[in-house]
Write a protein that binds this ligand. Structure first.
Ligand code: PLP
Length: 364
């Protein structure tokens, strides 16, 4: 037998793991600085770790189907009704639920180029077709309603990422509103705010009471440091919030992650420290790196280094892992996640050394 035609479904290319790289280089994983996946360099909140450990004692029981505790805490935080909070396995899971709720086979979606790989993947899993709009490097990766609407042709879902991965740029509120006004009322605009904690720009959740065609995705993977537990959510307008019951995978948000996320939500200090540190690090990288960078509102910086793959390869040999952005269609860049102060300084120093070496090589 055969699968259905999966030729358009590109496999996800993750940043490489520390163990894998350490094995290749014959190094101790603890000696590597991993700044390739926008993870929280401080780890999870200690309160989340404690809650996760406690939750494993009851791991033989299915999670509460309604995961009411986390849902209610999030609803309160956002000032929304609990049914408007769609808890999911990672924000990726929320993207799937939205695609399931919206797409008929053959419906088109519009995704940013460059952009986050999971939008087209999720759409194709749900039998959608994918078109792109540019987030143009020539314009400093600025995000505007006009640039999106120029490419827009009635797609069922339009994905925007704010702050954008990998560029770090934002879609300002007035541009979001112009976009919502410019698309068809049956077009859902998904505002992916995976890095929303790192910016001072107000969340798109603020327009959920005015527009029915917008949804916001958020995650515990980045500022909350729980990437390994796979927990996130979507915020949706009340009008169709009840679709959740018809599209969510039963028990997909696991019990350990639910308790850890709830505890993490209660540890403001940990999030604030994580965000402040990232803001320092992104400034430091922009100021000190010997390469042009894009102003970032996230916990990472995109830098134009010439040959991204070669630079990533060389810094890796020196123990620093950064993201080669070739898979995003940006072969001349690397993306550097914000580490601790020591990690960030080490990464910049290593990158600068490699850039100087490559420059000399080019001149010789
Ligand atoms: C990291 C990330 C996500 C979500 O990740 P999950 O771990 O699935 O919550 C979503 N969108 C973007 C742009 C990201 O970078």
């Amino acid at each position: 037998m055969n699968t259905r035609d999966l030729s358009a479904n590109a496999p996800y290319v993750p940043g490489r793991g520390v163990e894998e790289v350490a094995r290749d280089l014959g190094l101790d994983p603890d000696d590597l600085v991993k700044l390739s996946s926008n993870e929280n360099p401080f780890g999870p909140s200690p309160r989340a770790v404690e809650a996760a450990k406690a939750a494993t004692e009851s791991a033989h029981v299915y999670p509460k189907a309604a995961h009411a505790d986390l849902t209610e805490a999030l609803a309160e935080q956002w000032g929304l009704a609990p049914e408007q909070v769609w808890v999911s396995p990672g924000a990726d899971g929320a993207l799937d639920y939205l695609a399931r709720a919206m797409l008929e086979p053959g419906d088109d979606v519009l995704v940013p180029d460059p952009g986050f790989a999971y939008y087209p993947m999720s759409a194709r899993y749900h039998h959608g077709e994918v078109r792109q709009y540019p987030v143009a490097k020539a314009n400093g990766f600025a995000q505007t309603a006009d640039a999106i609407l120029d490419a827009y042709d009635g797609e069922r879902i339009v994905y925007v990422t704010t702050p954008h991965n990998p560029a770090g740029t934002e879609l300002p509120r007035e541009e979001l509103v112009a976009l919502l006004a410019g698309v068809d009322e049956e077009t859902l605009v998904v505002a992916d705010e995976a890095y929303g904690e790192y910016t001072e720009t107000p969340s798109a959740a603020g327009v959920l009471d005015k527009y029915e065609n917008v949804a916001v995705t958020r995650t515990f993977s980045k500022a909350y440091g729980l990437a390994g537990l796979r927990i996130g959510y979507a915020l949706v307008p009340g009008a169709w919030a009840d679709a959740y019951a018809r599209v969510n995978t039963p028990f997909a948000a696991n019990a350990v992650a639910l308790d850890a996320a709830l505890a993490a939500l209660g540890d403001d200090e940990h999030v604030e420290k994580s965000v402040e540190s990232a803001r320092w690090a992104r400034e430091y990288i922009a100021d000190e790196l010997d390469a042009p960078t894009v102003d970032s509102a996230g916990n990472f910086v995109l830098a134009e280094v010439g040959d991204g793959a070669a630079v990533a390869e060389r810094v890796q040999q020196a123990g620093v892992i950064v993201r080669d952005t070739g898979s995003f269609g940006l072969p001349d860049c690397v993306r550097v996640s914000c580490g601790t102060e020591a990690e960030t300084r080490q990464a910049v120093e290593t990158l600068n050394g490699v850039l100087a070496e490559l420059d000399l090589g080019a001149e010789a």
